[in-house]
Design a protein around this ligand. Structure first.
Ligand code: HEM
Length: 399
Protein backbone atom coordinates (compact mmCIF):
# COMPACT_ATOMS: atom_id res chain seq x y z
CA UNK A 1 0.00 0.00 0.00
CA UNK A 2 2.95 2.33 -0.51
CA UNK A 3 1.49 4.25 -3.43
CA UNK A 4 -1.92 4.92 -2.02
CA UNK A 5 -2.90 6.62 1.17
CA UNK A 6 -5.78 5.04 3.04
CA UNK A 7 -8.09 7.96 2.18
CA UNK A 8 -7.22 7.78 -1.52
CA UNK A 9 -7.74 4.05 -1.43
CA UNK A 10 -11.20 4.45 0.00
CA UNK A 11 -12.16 7.05 -2.60
CA UNK A 12 -10.79 4.92 -5.42
CA UNK A 13 -12.60 1.89 -4.04
CA UNK A 14 -15.82 3.87 -3.81
CA UNK A 15 -15.45 5.10 -7.40
CA UNK A 16 -14.94 1.58 -8.67
CA UNK A 17 -17.66 0.26 -6.40
CA UNK A 18 -15.02 -2.01 -4.87
CA UNK A 19 -14.67 -0.37 -1.46
CA UNK A 20 -14.65 -1.64 2.11
CA UNK A 21 -10.92 -2.18 2.25
CA UNK A 22 -8.05 -1.73 4.65
CA UNK A 23 -8.84 -4.19 7.38
CA UNK A 24 -6.04 -6.37 8.68
CA UNK A 25 -7.36 -9.62 7.18
CA UNK A 26 -4.68 -11.37 5.10
CA UNK A 27 -5.23 -10.54 1.45
CA UNK A 28 -6.29 -14.01 0.36
CA UNK A 29 -8.16 -15.09 3.47
CA UNK A 30 -11.28 -16.69 2.19
CA UNK A 31 -14.72 -17.26 3.57
CA UNK A 32 -15.25 -19.98 1.03
CA UNK A 33 -13.97 -23.52 0.75
CA UNK A 34 -10.34 -22.45 1.07
CA UNK A 35 -10.78 -20.71 4.44
CA UNK A 36 -8.05 -21.59 6.88
CA UNK A 37 -5.50 -22.71 4.33
CA UNK A 38 -4.98 -19.37 2.56
CA UNK A 39 -2.07 -18.20 4.71
CA UNK A 40 0.26 -21.02 3.72
CA UNK A 41 -1.01 -22.28 0.40
CA UNK A 42 -2.68 -19.15 -0.90
CA UNK A 43 -3.23 -18.70 -4.64
CA UNK A 44 -0.23 -16.36 -4.92
CA UNK A 45 1.88 -19.51 -4.53
CA UNK A 46 -0.04 -21.51 -7.11
CA UNK A 47 0.71 -21.46 -10.82
CA UNK A 48 -0.27 -24.41 -13.00
CA UNK A 49 1.14 -27.81 -12.09
CA UNK A 50 -0.36 -29.48 -15.14
CA UNK A 51 0.27 -27.01 -17.94
CA UNK A 52 3.51 -25.28 -16.84
CA UNK A 53 5.97 -28.20 -16.95
CA UNK A 54 4.36 -29.39 -20.18
CA UNK A 55 4.76 -26.02 -21.90
CA UNK A 56 8.34 -25.68 -20.68
CA UNK A 57 9.05 -29.00 -22.43
CA UNK A 58 7.14 -27.96 -25.57
CA UNK A 59 9.10 -24.69 -25.79
CA UNK A 60 12.54 -26.13 -25.12
CA UNK A 61 11.80 -29.05 -27.49
CA UNK A 62 10.87 -26.60 -30.28
CA UNK A 63 7.33 -28.04 -30.67
CA UNK A 64 5.35 -24.80 -30.38
CA UNK A 65 5.28 -23.72 -34.05
CA UNK A 66 3.86 -27.15 -34.98
CA UNK A 67 1.24 -26.88 -32.21
CA UNK A 68 0.22 -23.43 -33.43
CA UNK A 69 -0.22 -24.75 -36.96
CA UNK A 70 -2.06 -27.89 -35.87
CA UNK A 71 -4.54 -26.19 -33.55
CA UNK A 72 -5.51 -23.34 -35.89
CA UNK A 73 -8.49 -25.38 -37.10
CA UNK A 74 -9.45 -26.47 -33.57
CA UNK A 75 -12.15 -23.94 -32.73
CA UNK A 76 -15.50 -25.38 -31.63
CA UNK A 77 -16.01 -27.13 -28.30
CA UNK A 78 -17.04 -30.31 -30.09
CA UNK A 79 -14.19 -30.27 -32.64
CA UNK A 80 -12.04 -33.38 -32.26
CA UNK A 81 -8.52 -32.68 -31.01
CA UNK A 82 -6.38 -31.85 -34.03
CA UNK A 83 -3.86 -34.28 -35.40
CA UNK A 84 -0.21 -33.30 -35.61
CA UNK A 85 0.16 -32.44 -31.92
CA UNK A 86 2.93 -33.97 -29.78
CA UNK A 87 1.46 -36.98 -27.97
CA UNK A 88 1.84 -35.60 -24.45
CA UNK A 89 0.30 -32.27 -25.49
CA UNK A 90 -2.70 -34.14 -26.95
CA UNK A 91 -2.97 -36.21 -23.78
CA UNK A 92 -2.99 -33.03 -21.69
CA UNK A 93 -5.74 -31.45 -23.80
CA UNK A 94 -7.73 -34.67 -23.67
CA UNK A 95 -7.62 -34.42 -19.89
CA UNK A 96 -8.56 -30.75 -19.41
CA UNK A 97 -10.73 -29.92 -22.42
CA UNK A 98 -14.08 -30.40 -20.71
CA UNK A 99 -16.45 -28.57 -18.42
CA UNK A 100 -16.01 -29.21 -14.70
CA UNK A 101 -18.42 -31.75 -13.17
CA UNK A 102 -20.11 -28.96 -11.21
CA UNK A 103 -20.93 -26.89 -14.30
CA UNK A 104 -24.67 -26.29 -14.44
CA UNK A 105 -25.99 -26.27 -18.04
CA UNK A 106 -29.14 -24.38 -17.04
CA UNK A 107 -27.13 -21.60 -15.41
CA UNK A 108 -24.70 -21.45 -18.32
CA UNK A 109 -27.60 -21.18 -20.76
CA UNK A 110 -29.10 -18.39 -18.68
CA UNK A 111 -25.70 -16.65 -18.52
CA UNK A 112 -25.47 -16.80 -22.30
CA UNK A 113 -28.94 -15.32 -22.62
CA UNK A 114 -28.07 -12.62 -20.08
CA UNK A 115 -24.91 -11.81 -22.04
CA UNK A 116 -27.00 -11.41 -25.17
CA UNK A 117 -29.60 -9.22 -23.49
CA UNK A 118 -26.96 -7.03 -21.87
CA UNK A 119 -24.25 -7.19 -24.49
CA UNK A 120 -24.00 -3.47 -25.14
CA UNK A 121 -23.30 -2.64 -21.50
CA UNK A 122 -21.04 -5.66 -21.12
CA UNK A 123 -18.91 -4.86 -24.13
CA UNK A 124 -18.61 -1.27 -23.02
CA UNK A 125 -17.73 -2.12 -19.43
CA UNK A 126 -15.29 -4.87 -20.41
CA UNK A 127 -13.72 -2.78 -23.17
CA UNK A 128 -13.41 0.66 -21.62
CA UNK A 129 -13.62 -0.31 -17.94
CA UNK A 130 -11.83 -3.63 -17.46
CA UNK A 131 -9.56 -3.21 -20.49
CA UNK A 132 -8.21 0.11 -19.26
CA UNK A 133 -8.20 -1.08 -15.63
CA UNK A 134 -5.83 -3.88 -16.66
CA UNK A 135 -3.25 -1.20 -17.49
CA UNK A 136 -3.17 -0.04 -13.84
CA UNK A 137 -2.80 -3.59 -12.52
CA UNK A 138 1.00 -3.44 -12.49
CA UNK A 139 1.80 -7.15 -12.76
CA UNK A 140 -0.59 -7.61 -15.63
CA UNK A 141 0.59 -4.48 -17.45
CA UNK A 142 4.26 -5.46 -17.12
CA UNK A 143 3.67 -9.05 -18.27
CA UNK A 144 1.52 -8.04 -21.19
CA UNK A 145 3.90 -5.28 -22.26
CA UNK A 146 7.06 -7.43 -22.15
CA UNK A 147 5.57 -10.60 -23.62
CA UNK A 148 5.74 -11.13 -27.38
CA UNK A 149 2.16 -9.96 -27.85
CA UNK A 150 2.89 -6.62 -26.19
CA UNK A 151 4.71 -5.48 -29.31
CA UNK A 152 1.45 -5.54 -31.27
CA UNK A 153 -1.18 -4.32 -28.87
CA UNK A 154 -3.92 -4.05 -31.45
CA UNK A 155 -3.59 -7.71 -32.30
CA UNK A 156 -3.41 -8.60 -28.61
CA UNK A 157 -6.45 -6.51 -27.80
CA UNK A 158 -8.31 -8.30 -30.58
CA UNK A 159 -7.37 -11.66 -29.02
CA UNK A 160 -8.50 -10.55 -25.60
CA UNK A 161 -11.77 -9.48 -27.19
CA UNK A 162 -11.99 -13.05 -28.51
CA UNK A 163 -12.11 -14.29 -24.92
CA UNK A 164 -14.85 -11.85 -23.98
CA UNK A 165 -16.72 -12.54 -27.18
CA UNK A 166 -16.58 -16.33 -26.88
CA UNK A 167 -17.68 -16.08 -23.25
CA UNK A 168 -20.58 -13.84 -24.29
CA UNK A 169 -21.67 -16.00 -27.19
CA UNK A 170 -25.12 -17.52 -26.98
CA UNK A 171 -23.87 -21.10 -27.15
CA UNK A 172 -20.48 -20.40 -25.54
CA UNK A 173 -20.41 -23.53 -23.39
CA UNK A 174 -22.40 -25.78 -25.68
CA UNK A 175 -20.82 -28.23 -28.11
CA UNK A 176 -21.10 -25.80 -31.04
CA UNK A 177 -19.76 -22.87 -29.00
CA UNK A 178 -16.10 -22.00 -28.72
CA UNK A 179 -15.45 -20.97 -25.17
CA UNK A 180 -14.00 -24.19 -23.78
CA UNK A 181 -11.42 -24.26 -26.59
CA UNK A 182 -10.59 -20.56 -26.25
CA UNK A 183 -10.12 -20.93 -22.49
CA UNK A 184 -7.90 -23.97 -22.92
CA UNK A 185 -5.76 -22.21 -25.51
CA UNK A 186 -5.46 -19.26 -23.16
CA UNK A 187 -4.39 -21.52 -20.29
CA UNK A 188 -1.63 -22.94 -22.47
CA UNK A 189 -0.52 -19.44 -23.56
CA UNK A 190 -0.29 -18.40 -19.91
CA UNK A 191 1.80 -21.50 -19.14
CA UNK A 192 4.16 -20.63 -22.01
CA UNK A 193 4.43 -17.04 -20.72
CA UNK A 194 5.42 -18.38 -17.27
CA UNK A 195 8.37 -20.12 -18.92
CA UNK A 196 9.31 -17.28 -21.28
CA UNK A 197 8.95 -14.03 -19.33
CA UNK A 198 11.46 -14.94 -16.61
CA UNK A 199 14.02 -15.09 -19.46
CA UNK A 200 13.30 -11.45 -20.43
CA UNK A 201 15.84 -9.03 -18.93
CA UNK A 202 13.32 -6.20 -19.49
CA UNK A 203 10.59 -7.97 -17.52
CA UNK A 204 12.98 -9.05 -14.77
CA UNK A 205 14.12 -5.43 -14.36
CA UNK A 206 10.58 -4.23 -13.54
CA UNK A 207 8.83 -7.30 -12.08
CA UNK A 208 8.22 -7.84 -8.36
CA UNK A 209 7.84 -11.60 -8.83
CA UNK A 210 9.92 -14.36 -10.36
CA UNK A 211 7.14 -16.25 -12.18
CA UNK A 212 4.17 -14.34 -13.63
CA UNK A 213 0.44 -15.17 -13.75
CA UNK A 214 -0.19 -16.93 -10.43
CA UNK A 215 -3.69 -18.14 -9.59
CA UNK A 216 -3.95 -15.01 -7.42
CA UNK A 217 -3.11 -12.82 -10.43
CA UNK A 218 -5.81 -14.56 -12.46
CA UNK A 219 -8.34 -13.92 -9.69
CA UNK A 220 -7.31 -10.24 -9.61
CA UNK A 221 -7.96 -10.05 -13.35
CA UNK A 222 -11.30 -11.81 -12.90
CA UNK A 223 -12.28 -9.12 -10.38
CA UNK A 224 -11.29 -6.41 -12.86
CA UNK A 225 -13.64 -8.09 -15.36
CA UNK A 226 -16.54 -9.98 -13.77
CA UNK A 227 -16.73 -8.42 -10.31
CA UNK A 228 -16.25 -4.91 -11.67
CA UNK A 229 -18.97 -5.36 -14.30
CA UNK A 230 -21.33 -6.91 -11.75
CA UNK A 231 -20.92 -3.91 -9.44
CA UNK A 232 -21.32 -1.33 -12.24
CA UNK A 233 -24.53 -2.92 -13.52
CA UNK A 234 -25.97 -2.70 -10.01
CA UNK A 235 -24.69 0.85 -9.46
CA UNK A 236 -26.18 1.95 -12.77
CA UNK A 237 -29.51 0.41 -11.69
CA UNK A 238 -29.70 -1.79 -14.73
CA UNK A 239 -32.33 -4.44 -14.02
CA UNK A 240 -30.30 -7.47 -12.87
CA UNK A 241 -32.50 -10.17 -11.31
CA UNK A 242 -30.96 -12.61 -8.83
CA UNK A 243 -31.09 -15.52 -11.29
CA UNK A 244 -29.10 -13.47 -13.84
CA UNK A 245 -26.57 -12.50 -11.18
CA UNK A 246 -26.09 -16.13 -10.21
CA UNK A 247 -25.80 -17.26 -13.81
CA UNK A 248 -23.28 -14.53 -14.64
CA UNK A 249 -21.14 -15.57 -11.65
CA UNK A 250 -21.41 -19.22 -12.63
CA UNK A 251 -20.14 -18.58 -16.15
CA UNK A 252 -17.12 -16.79 -14.66
CA UNK A 253 -16.53 -19.59 -12.15
CA UNK A 254 -16.38 -22.05 -15.04
CA UNK A 255 -14.08 -19.70 -16.99
CA UNK A 256 -11.65 -19.36 -14.07
CA UNK A 257 -11.68 -23.12 -13.56
CA UNK A 258 -10.83 -23.64 -17.25
CA UNK A 259 -7.93 -21.19 -16.85
CA UNK A 260 -6.48 -23.57 -14.25
CA UNK A 261 -7.36 -21.88 -10.92
CA UNK A 262 -8.03 -24.58 -8.30
CA UNK A 263 -11.72 -24.74 -7.41
CA UNK A 264 -11.18 -24.05 -3.71
CA UNK A 265 -9.96 -20.54 -4.55
CA UNK A 266 -12.87 -19.59 -6.79
CA UNK A 267 -15.33 -17.25 -5.02
CA UNK A 268 -18.65 -18.93 -4.30
CA UNK A 269 -20.84 -15.82 -4.16
CA UNK A 270 -20.75 -12.26 -5.43
CA UNK A 271 -20.49 -11.06 -1.83
CA UNK A 272 -17.35 -13.13 -1.42
CA UNK A 273 -16.02 -11.93 -4.77
CA UNK A 274 -16.58 -8.29 -3.79
CA UNK A 275 -14.87 -8.74 -0.43
CA UNK A 276 -11.92 -10.36 -2.16
CA UNK A 277 -11.77 -7.65 -4.84
CA UNK A 278 -11.69 -4.95 -2.16
CA UNK A 279 -8.69 -6.66 -0.58
CA UNK A 280 -6.71 -7.80 -3.60
CA UNK A 281 -7.62 -5.51 -6.50
CA UNK A 282 -8.30 -1.96 -5.32
CA UNK A 283 -5.17 -1.65 -3.14
CA UNK A 284 -2.77 -2.77 -5.86
CA UNK A 285 -3.98 -0.45 -8.64
CA UNK A 286 -1.18 1.92 -9.59
CA UNK A 287 0.34 3.35 -12.77
CA UNK A 288 3.48 2.03 -14.44
CA UNK A 289 5.43 3.07 -17.53
CA UNK A 290 4.24 -0.06 -19.28
CA UNK A 291 0.60 0.44 -18.26
CA UNK A 292 0.53 4.05 -19.45
CA UNK A 293 1.86 2.97 -22.86
CA UNK A 294 -0.66 0.12 -23.08
CA UNK A 295 -3.60 2.37 -22.18
CA UNK A 296 -2.62 4.80 -24.92
CA UNK A 297 -2.51 1.94 -27.43
CA UNK A 298 -5.85 0.54 -26.33
CA UNK A 299 -7.58 3.91 -26.46
CA UNK A 300 -5.93 4.55 -29.82
CA UNK A 301 -7.48 1.32 -31.08
CA UNK A 302 -10.96 2.35 -29.98
CA UNK A 303 -10.46 5.86 -31.30
CA UNK A 304 -9.67 4.47 -34.77
CA UNK A 305 -13.15 3.05 -35.07
CA UNK A 306 -15.82 5.68 -35.56
CA UNK A 307 -17.71 5.55 -32.30
CA UNK A 308 -19.50 8.80 -33.07
CA UNK A 309 -17.59 10.48 -30.25
CA UNK A 310 -14.32 12.35 -29.85
CA UNK A 311 -11.18 11.15 -28.09
CA UNK A 312 -12.00 13.70 -25.34
CA UNK A 313 -15.33 11.95 -24.82
CA UNK A 314 -13.58 8.57 -24.70
CA UNK A 315 -11.11 9.88 -22.09
CA UNK A 316 -13.94 11.25 -20.01
CA UNK A 317 -15.93 8.06 -20.28
CA UNK A 318 -12.95 6.12 -18.94
CA UNK A 319 -12.67 8.66 -16.11
CA UNK A 320 -16.38 8.21 -15.43
CA UNK A 321 -16.21 4.42 -15.14
CA UNK A 322 -12.80 4.15 -13.47
CA UNK A 323 -12.41 7.44 -11.51
CA UNK A 324 -10.44 10.63 -12.10
CA UNK A 325 -7.60 9.17 -10.13
CA UNK A 326 -7.06 6.43 -12.70
CA UNK A 327 -7.58 8.98 -15.51
CA UNK A 328 -4.85 11.19 -14.00
CA UNK A 329 -2.47 8.25 -13.59
CA UNK A 330 -2.87 7.46 -17.28
CA UNK A 331 -2.56 11.11 -18.31
CA UNK A 332 -5.96 11.14 -20.05
CA UNK A 333 -6.38 14.72 -21.25
CA UNK A 334 -9.40 16.49 -19.75
CA UNK A 335 -12.39 17.57 -21.81
CA UNK A 336 -14.67 19.29 -19.31
CA UNK A 337 -17.59 19.71 -21.70
CA UNK A 338 -17.53 15.99 -22.48
CA UNK A 339 -17.16 15.24 -18.76
CA UNK A 340 -20.32 17.17 -17.92
CA UNK A 341 -22.16 15.45 -20.76
CA UNK A 342 -21.13 11.94 -19.69
CA UNK A 343 -21.99 12.50 -16.06
CA UNK A 344 -25.47 13.85 -16.72
CA UNK A 345 -26.56 12.27 -19.98
CA UNK A 346 -25.29 8.70 -19.46
CA UNK A 347 -27.54 7.97 -16.44
CA UNK A 348 -30.47 9.53 -18.35
CA UNK A 349 -29.64 7.37 -21.37
CA UNK A 350 -29.72 4.19 -19.24
CA UNK A 351 -33.00 5.14 -17.57
CA UNK A 352 -34.66 5.76 -20.91
CA UNK A 353 -33.14 2.70 -22.58
CA UNK A 354 -34.28 0.46 -19.74
CA UNK A 355 -37.79 1.88 -19.83
CA UNK A 356 -37.35 3.38 -16.36
CA UNK A 357 -37.97 6.95 -17.51
CA UNK A 358 -40.22 8.24 -20.31
CA UNK A 359 -37.90 11.16 -21.08
CA UNK A 360 -35.62 10.56 -24.03
CA UNK A 361 -32.43 12.59 -23.55
CA UNK A 362 -31.43 14.78 -26.52
CA UNK A 363 -28.15 12.89 -26.67
CA UNK A 364 -29.85 9.48 -26.91
CA UNK A 365 -28.74 8.76 -30.48
CA UNK A 366 -25.16 9.78 -29.82
CA UNK A 367 -24.91 7.37 -26.89
CA UNK A 368 -26.78 4.72 -28.80
CA UNK A 369 -24.29 4.92 -31.65
CA UNK A 370 -21.44 4.85 -29.14
CA UNK A 371 -22.56 1.64 -27.39
CA UNK A 372 -23.45 -0.04 -30.68
CA UNK A 373 -20.10 0.85 -32.24
CA UNK A 374 -18.26 -0.51 -29.20
CA UNK A 375 -20.26 -3.71 -29.39
CA UNK A 376 -19.39 -4.00 -33.08
CA UNK A 377 -15.74 -3.56 -32.22
CA UNK A 378 -16.04 -6.67 -30.06
CA UNK A 379 -18.20 -8.59 -32.47
CA UNK A 380 -15.78 -7.87 -35.29
CA UNK A 381 -12.99 -9.07 -33.06
CA UNK A 382 -11.10 -5.82 -32.88
CA UNK A 383 -12.46 -4.34 -36.06
CA UNK A 384 -10.68 -6.84 -38.31
CA UNK A 385 -13.89 -8.71 -39.04
CA UNK A 386 -12.10 -12.02 -38.94
CA UNK A 387 -11.24 -14.51 -36.25
CA UNK A 388 -7.98 -13.72 -34.55
CA UNK A 389 -6.34 -17.02 -33.72
CA UNK A 390 -4.74 -17.47 -30.33
CA UNK A 391 -1.15 -18.51 -30.83
CA UNK A 392 1.43 -19.59 -28.30
CA UNK A 393 4.39 -17.20 -28.19
CA UNK A 394 7.90 -18.59 -28.58
CA UNK A 395 9.76 -15.55 -27.27
CA UNK A 396 9.38 -12.19 -25.57
CA UNK A 397 9.15 -8.60 -26.72
CA UNK A 398 12.57 -7.54 -27.89
CA UNK A 399 12.70 -4.11 -26.30
C1 HEM B 1 -2.65 -14.03 -23.05
C2 HEM B 1 -7.12 -13.80 -21.18
C3 HEM B 1 -5.18 -13.33 -16.78
C4 HEM B 1 -1.03 -12.06 -18.94
C5 HEM B 1 -4.01 -14.10 -22.91
C6 HEM B 1 -4.94 -14.43 -23.95
C7 HEM B 1 -6.19 -14.32 -23.45
C8 HEM B 1 -6.08 -13.96 -22.06
C9 HEM B 1 -7.50 -14.53 -24.20
C10 HEM B 1 -4.58 -14.86 -25.36
C11 HEM B 1 -4.44 -13.69 -26.22
C12 HEM B 1 -3.12 -13.62 -26.86
O1 HEM B 1 -2.70 -14.59 -27.49
O2 HEM B 1 -2.49 -12.57 -26.73
C13 HEM B 1 -6.98 -13.73 -19.80
C14 HEM B 1 -8.05 -13.84 -18.84
C15 HEM B 1 -7.51 -13.73 -17.60
C16 HEM B 1 -6.09 -13.52 -17.79
C17 HEM B 1 -9.52 -14.01 -19.19
C18 HEM B 1 -8.15 -13.78 -16.23
C19 HEM B 1 -9.43 -13.89 -15.94
C20 HEM B 1 -3.89 -12.86 -16.99
C21 HEM B 1 -3.01 -12.38 -15.96
C22 HEM B 1 -1.84 -12.00 -16.58
C23 HEM B 1 -1.99 -12.28 -17.99
C24 HEM B 1 -3.35 -12.31 -14.49
C25 HEM B 1 -0.58 -11.42 -15.98
C26 HEM B 1 -0.45 -11.02 -14.74
C27 HEM B 1 -1.09 -12.54 -20.23
C28 HEM B 1 0.03 -12.53 -21.16
C29 HEM B 1 -0.42 -13.12 -22.34
C30 HEM B 1 -1.82 -13.47 -22.11
C31 HEM B 1 1.42 -11.97 -20.87
C32 HEM B 1 0.38 -13.44 -23.60
C33 HEM B 1 0.46 -12.37 -24.58
C34 HEM B 1 1.40 -12.78 -25.70
O3 HEM B 1 0.99 -13.46 -26.64
O4 HEM B 1 2.56 -12.42 -25.61
N1 HEM B 1 -4.72 -13.85 -21.76
N2 HEM B 1 -5.82 -13.54 -19.13
N3 HEM B 1 -3.24 -12.80 -18.21
N4 HEM B 1 -2.17 -13.11 -20.83
FE1 HEM B 1 -3.97 -13.41 -19.97
Amino acid sequence: MDHLSRRKLLSLGAALGLAGVANPVPAWASTGAAAGTAATTGPEWIWDDLADPLMARMLTGGHVPAINTAWASWVDNNDPLPSGLPAEFSAYLGRVNRLPSWADPAKLARAADFNRRRDTYLFMLYGLGSGIMSTVIPREAKSVYWSAGGADMQDRAAKTFTFGYDLSELKAFEPTGQFVVTANKTRVVHAAVRHLLPQSPHWRAVADETIPISAADILVTFHSLGTFVYRKLLDWRIPFPAADQEAFLHSWQVAIHLLGVPDEHIPQTWAEAERQAARVLTPILTPSTEGIALAEELLGLTAQVDLGVTRGFLNEFVRYVLSDEVGDWLGLRRDYAAAALVRTAWPAFILFREGLSPIMPGTFYMFDQFVRALAMLFLNKGGSGKTTPITIPTGNRAG
